[in-house]
Design a protein around this ligand. Structure first.
Ligand SMILES: NC(=O)c1ccc[n+]([C@@H]2O[C@H](COP(=O)([O-])OP(=O)(O)OC[C@H]3O[C@@H](n4cnc5c(N)ncnc54)[C@H](O)[C@@H]3O)[C@@H](O)[C@H]2O)c1
Length: 359
């Protein structure tokens, strides 16, 4: 299948789409990967896919070792970073060596960050295995770890040398992780591409059944949308902020729930809340708002949630690191297929949006 080229000058790379891992070593040879590699993964993914990957690499003559850290966002921290860097040294990686991130967004972000600092920077390849990492985090070069209670507060931009997407890996994912990824996929349709949104709306059953051909089509268009945004604004000084659609209120609800609610579910609620603000302002129609609620519902998202304390949600929003000049930045839809940034959304509008999504 044809690659998707992410055009970032000297940081350019390809994303390839597959239904198995059989072409991984061909691709490594195409990008002139060094013989010495370290596969970084987490303990869940290790049990599912590491043996197969290590066998492929060793059969193709690579000097590859594997390092697995305990799975989960709570391990996206300094201790794990040091563990990865230690493994780099134990396996005697040099400046020409390469890391392979085999796993979800946590593995991808941590491996990329390790690659950005080991010997002042070595290369890495992304092999994302969750729907979220295949549709969002593996594309764009943001890497990092959580620190001092703040998410992704330490990090670096480092583009991978290649992203190898095997859509079949999502078959072993728990349902809530699928929902989490679908939130970002639907978001990409709403912010940029009406035809893709219609494709998602027309193929709910085949996507939910994880049909490989449909997943491959979805993944390709989805990554093309994200890649185009990143190409236009690699370091997030402008339009890359559009990717935050649904995340302002979504992240605040997630944080105010002390992370009892999942990120994907909260992004779904955040997209509904932002779309409600847009509809109340007359920027989108009532029919468009209903369509957004309907597609999320058909994909299994909750469209209402119990919010115990509106003020707590508001306080999180006010402390968001993405605010500029003390103002909460909102990305609102201007139609299905386009969005804009608004710095003038009032407290009243936010409260009524929270009421709209409240049970
Ligand atoms: N870099 C970016 O641009 C960017 C964008 C969005 C999110 N993120 C980051 O991504 C992270 C979330 O990513 P995620 O949702 O992939 O989380 P994750 O990496 O924690 O994976 C979720 C769970 O699924 C398991 N898993 C992974 N692949 C599996 C498979 N094929 N089958 C069964 N289980 C599997 C993992 O072990 C984990 O328990 C967050 O840390 C977030 O900050 C980064």
């Amino acid at each position: 299948m044809e690659n998707l080229y992410v055009n970032l000058g000297e940081n350019s790379y390809n994303i390839s789409f597959h239904s198995n891992f059989s072409q991984l070593t061909d691709i490594l040879s195409e990008i002139n990967a060094p013989k010495k590699l370290l596969v970084v993964t987490d303990t869940n993914v290790e049990g599912l896919y590491a043996d197969e990957i290590m066998k492929l690499l060793k059969d193709a003559g690579y000097d590859a070792a594997c390092y697995a850290f305990p799975a989960g966002e709570e391990n996206k921290n300094m201790d794990t970073l040091l563990g990865i860097l230690n493994a780099c040294m134990e396996h005697k990686l040099d400046r020409k060596s390469m890391l392979i991130a085999l796993g979800g967004g946590v593995v991808g972000d941590m491996t990329g960050f390790s690659a950005s600092i080991y010997m002042r920077g070595i290369s890495f390849v992304q092999v994302p295995t969750t729907l979220l990492s295949q549709s969002d985090s593996s594309v764009g070069g943001k890497t990092g770890i959580d620190f001092g209670g703040a998410k992704n507060i330490l990090g670096a931009f480092l583009q991978p040398k290649h992203v190898y997407i095997n859509v079949a890996t999502v078959k072993t994912l728990p349902e809530k992780e699928i929902i989490s990824g679908l939130g970002e996929v639907i978001k990409h349709g709403i912010i940029r591409d009406t035809a893709f949104y219609d494709f998602l709306s027309d193929n709910v059953e085949t996507v939910k059944a994880l049909d490989p051909e449909t997943l491959m089509d979805m993944s390709r268009t989805n990554c093309a949308i994200k890649a185009a945004v990143v190409e236009a604004d690699e370091k997030e000084s402008g339009v890359r902020a559009h990717l935050n659609f649904g995340h302002t209120i979504g992240h605040a609800i997630e944080s105010a729930s002390d992370y009892a609610l999942t990120h994907g579910a909260c992004v779904g609620l955040g997209m509904i809340a932002a779309s409600y603000i847009a509809e109340q302002r007359g920027i989108i129609t009532d029919t468009e708002l209903e369509s957004i609620i309907d597609i999320l519902e058909r994909y299994g998202f909750e469209t209402r949630v119990e919010i115990e304390d509106f003020d707590k949600v508001m306080a999180v929003m006010l402390s968001d690191k993405k605010n500029i000049g003390g103002k909460i930045r909102f990305v609102l839809p201007t139609s299905i297929g386009s969005v804009d940034i608004f710095d003038d959304v009032s407290g009243d509008e936010i409260y009524s949006a929270l009421e709209f999504i409240s049970l």
